[in-house]
Design a protein around this ligand. Structure first.
Ligand SMILES: NC(=O)c1ccc[n+]([C@@H]2O[C@H](COP(=O)([O-])OP(=O)(O)OC[C@H]3O[C@@H](n4cnc5c(N)ncnc54)[C@H](OP(=O)(O)O)[C@@H]3O)[C@@H](O)[C@H]2O)c1
Length: 283
């Protein structure tokens, strides 16, 4: 839970965030907290009914009548169709203060079962699904010489384990994009953060678990499952401090270990993988 002091302070009073992927999981919890702390949001996702339900929930934590919760129901990979919808929102409410890109999914599978289409689809949604909103909002941020873009990567954005062949490259791509834009847009006073969540209890994670190779599931058995509202707490506290890398829960420990002792981490996951295969071969 964010500190009472922060709630009293209402740091997002008068601020607006567009949150792509804001109808479920971590996106929804981020939107809820943003509104609880005084801000207004536009949540974007494909499913209209889920968006409406989420908007109702988020509305219920409004602190002032002047706050709003709007929805845009569209696929964020489709630039030509999304752009007029974002433009209409911006014409109405002005340039937002934040763009938070949460859109993404994992499709854990054995490499030999994956098709080229699986790779393309994962890249389309996870990379282009975050790039397109950036391309639409960026000219407004550049003109205003202010703005804050938060992109969701994953622990698979800084290393890789079996099963994530389609997913890990998409999350590495998000890091490469954010790193480049962070540097290039310095003269425009635009801030960036990358979020690297660990395993989080969300509808997306539930879907992922239905298809996950057994070895892959066994590798994360010991990991602590975070709640989406706890990730939102960390995210919001970090963006208020303008932290570039946001590493909730165990992601921070693994990040540090992998940065300083990559060989050791690879040895550990290699051993765990071997153990998992051995255990499965006995069953
Ligand atoms: N959960 C985890 O354990 C975990 C761990 C590390 C990283 N991550 C990353 O964190 C982010 C959020 O994960 P989550 O588990 O909270 O996700 P989630 O529960 O599946 O929610 C995803 C949100 O994105 C929307 N969305 C998906 N594809 C879209 C598209 N093409 N266009 C517009 N909206 C789209 C979904 O709504 P619609 O389906 O209705 O469009 C939903 O609002 C993702 O980028 C994920 O890869 C998750």
């Amino acid at each position: 839970m964010v500190k009472e002091k922060l709630i009293k302070k209402q740091p997002f009073k008068g601020k607006i965030a567009i949150i792509c992927g804001g109808s479920k999981g971590m996106g929804k919890e981020t939107a809820r907290l943003f509104v609880k702390l005084g801000g207004s949001v536009c949540i974007v996702a494909r499913g209209l009914e889920t968006l409406k339900e989420a908007a109702k929930e988020i509305e219920s934590v409004k602190v002032e009548d002047s706050q709003f919760v709007e929805i845009i129901s569209h696929d964020t990979t489709e630039m030509d169709k999304l752009e007029p919808l974002f433009k209409a929102f911006i014409d109405n409410h002005g340039t937002p203060d934040y763009l938070i890109n949460v859109v993404g999914y994992a499709y854990p599978q054995y490499i030999e079962k994956l098709t080229l289409e699986d790779f393309k689809k994962n890249m389309d949604i996870n990379y282009y699904g975050q790039l397109v909103p950036i391309l639409i909002v960026l000219p407004y941020f550049m003109e205003a010489k202010k703005g804050y873009i938060v992109n969701f990567s994953s622990m698979m954005g800084y290393f890789g384990i079996m099963g994530y062949a389609t997913y890990a490259p998409t999350k590495h791509a998000i890091v490469g994009l954010t790193e480049t834009l962070r540097h290039e847009l310095k003269p425009y006073n635009i801030n960036f953060s990358i979020v690297y969540p660990p395993d989080v209890d969300t509808p997306g994670f539930e879907e992922e678990n239905k298809i996950k190779p057994k070895e892959c599931a066994m590798l994360s058995e010991g990991a602590k499952l975070m709640q989406p509202e706890d990730v939102a707490d960390v995210l919001i506290e970090c963006i208020l401090k303008k932290k570039y890398n946001i590493l909730p829960g165990e992601a921070k420990f693994v990040w540090r270990m992998f940065r300083h002792f990559p060989k050791l981490v690879r040895n550990i996951v290699d051993k765990d993988y071997k153990k998992a295969r051995k255990k499965l071969s006995k069953n």
